[in-house]
Design a binder for this molecule. Structure first.
Ligand SMILES: O=c1ccn([C@@H]2O[C@H](COP(=O)(O)O)[C@@H](O)[C@H]2O)c(=O)[nH]1
Length: 233
């Protein structure tokens, strides 16, 4: 994966498929991977998966499934023919849920599964408020090993945890990092952030970038700057 475009996933956090497609066209083919998250999926985004695939793009379906094992396995089976290449579940759903999801994802064409560890919008105080006394790094490591041992292909975590995970997880584990902010970009609701170059240097497999591109005055130029930063790291 030496092509920088294979390492950048642009988050399509838009209220309708039509608006998302206008934005995709504005990137002038600079990016290859797009993420459909909850906002767009709930606004009719399922059909957009096929549209993006027909245009030659790869789709990361970020639904963060989190329910009892039987329900999550059913959802994974329902999404197996969606055309998405990656799909998220929540590692906090536990081992039985992740094993059931991994088993459901063995059917042909199913997306690879990523387990979300600790949301990049959460810091130590936010974890403590939900009863988790561990630091984000400790909690990410705990959930990451549980996920990989449950047969999950990869993880969503912040760049800050990547180096430690790379030292202990199988090398093929996909480490996908949101919370990416180019130098000077607005942080917004993210808490565990990194620049594109530091995330790549730490060992991230793929970076997820939303607002620094979607809210830019010139989204294509913003995407190209990030791709250049990835390429030169
Ligand atoms: O821990 C996580 C998991 C998922 N996300 C998603 O990534 C993008 C980030 O968007 P920005 O605008 O670059 O902040 C967004 O779609 C989140 O749902 C995450 O940020 N952190």
């Amino acid at each position: 994966m030496n092509d920088p475009a294979s390492k950048l996933i642009v988050a399509l956090d838009y209220p309708s498929p039509a608006e998302a497609l206008v934005f995709v066209d504005s990137l002038e083919g600079a990016c290859r991977w797009f993420k459909i998250g909850l906002e767009l999926y709930c606004a009719g985004g399922y059909g957009l998966i096929g549209t993006l695939r027909e245009r030659g793009f790869e789709v990361f379906l970020d639904l963060k499934l989190h329910d009892i094992p039987n329900t999550v396995a059913g959802a994974v089976r329902s999404l197996a023919t969606s055309g998405a290449s990656l799909l998220t579940i929540h590692a906090a759903g536990g081992e039985a849920m992740m094993r059931a999801a991994a088993e459901a994802a063995t059917q042909p064409g199913a997306p690879r599964l990523l387990a979300v560890t600790v949301l990049t919008s959460m810091d130590a105080a936010a974890l403590e408020a939900i009863g988790v006394a561990s630091s984000p790094a400790e909690q990410v490591a705990r959930l990451a090993h549980l996920a990989v041992n449950s047969g999950i292909d990869g993880l969503v975590c912040s760049s800050a945890e990547v180096e430690a995970l790379r030292a202990t997880l199988p090398p093929a584990t996909l480490l996908v990092t949101p919370g990416i902010r180019p130098a000077g970009a607005a942080i917004g609701d993210q808490r565990r952030i990194a620049t594109p170059s530091s995330a790549i240097a730490a060992g991230s497999s793929m970076l997820v970038v939303g607002r620094p591109i979607t809210q830019a005055l010139d989204p294509a130029a913003a995407a190209r700057l990030i791709l250049d930063e990835i390429a030169s790291t």
